[in-house]
Design a protein around this ligand. Structure first.
Ligand SMILES: Nc1ncnc2c1ncn2[C@@H]1O[C@H](COP(=O)(O)OP(=O)(O)O)[C@@H](O)[C@H]1O
Ligand SMILES: Cc1ncsc1CCOP(=O)(O)O
Ligand SMILES: [Mg+2]
Length: 265
């Protein structure tokens, strides 16, 4: 299914107007890019992982993003504490299962988070999503080795099993609640050559889920903005370094007309 471009434009404007605070427990690799991307799109980031401040930080946040990219046992305690606090407050939780299937610790931790915190959204690449669908799968690391199209059936199963919205990123993005599935065809092949754009996608899903109660539409809007900003950046970029730079500028300056002209409905 395709979401109307009017909804995407409206949701982008709501993020810019309301500037939701996004609490990120995220990895060392991407902390800086994710914070900058959230600022550029109009949201407000905070990165915090100490267990001592999880409850107080969740208390002021609009959403919680749990990204397991550089996890350790102590961080997992913080993630679970923050997730419980977010459930109590009733704010959306986004799980980014970075590297699920690469090691048993990652896969086991994802399931512990899913079972304890009931994430509203799970956003990963196709290998990560399939590693949650079938725990026997060995993945390469944090990068996907399969097409997003091949994880759609699994994503629907996972969405139903976990009662969450599952987002698979890739050449085509799929956003599903297990019954209804939206697709986004925007984006550029240079995007997976920049580390952290998947993490950015998860953080943007978080920001959009604060301002749009329909989480399926929130995530679809976020993935559309990711893809369109990626295309705008790629027009000016000469490689991954300049793509990263222009991507932030594109997120910051993206207009309703650009969304309207470039969105592949
Ligand atoms: N081959 C591709 N063509 C176009 N866009 C892509 C492609 N691969 C990834 N993207 C986009 O890049 C962003 C990050 O996705 P992805 O690389 O799958 O995440 P991750 O970094 O977690 O592996 C998403 O917005 C996605 O749509
Ligand atoms: C390379 C790497 N290693 C651990 S976390 C991380 C970043 C992954 O970011 P993304 O999945 O968004 O590319
Ligand atoms: Mg990733």
């Amino acid at each position: 299914m395709k979401l109307n471009k009017e909804n995407i434009i409206k949701n982008l404007q709501l993020v810019q107007e309301q500037s939701p605070l996004v609490h990120n427990i995220t990895n060392y690799v991407v902390m800086n890019n994710t914070a900058n991307a959230l600022l550029a799109v109009g949201a407000s980031p905070v990165m915090a992982h100490a267990i001592e401040e999880m409850e107080a930080m969740v208390a002021i946040a609009g959403t919680l993003v749990i990204n397991i990219g550089t996890l350790d046992a102590q961080w997992v305690e913080g993630m679970l504490a923050a997730g419980k606090a977010a459930n109590k407050k009733g704010i959306p939780i986004i799980l980014d299962p970075v590297g699920a299937g690469a090691t048993p610790f990652r896969t086991k931790t994802c399931w512990e988070i899913i079972e304890t915190c009931n994430p509203t959204i799970i956003r990963g690449n196709s290998s990560e999503i399939m590693a949650l669908v079938n725990e026997g799968i060995q993945t390469k690391g944090v990068d996907s080795t399969m097409a997003s199209d091949d994880a759609v059936t699994g994503a629907k199963e996972l969405a139903k099993k976990t009662n969450s919205i599952v987002v698979i990123s890739g050449a085509t993005d799929y956003i599903t609640d297990g019954t209804t599935t939206y697709t986004i065809e925007n984006g550029h092949p240079l995007m997976p050559k920049v580390t952290g754009l998947g993490c950015t996608a998860s953080a943007l899903c978080g920001a959009f889920s604060v301002i749009e109660n329909n989480t399926l539409e929130a995530c679809t809007s976020a993935m559309a903005i990711m893809g369109i900003a990626g295309e705008l950046a790629a027009e000016k970029a000469t490689g991954p370094g300049t793509l990263q730079l222009h991507f932030l500028d594109a997120l910051y300056s993206i207009t309703a007309k650009e969304v309207s002209d470039l969105y592949k409905a």
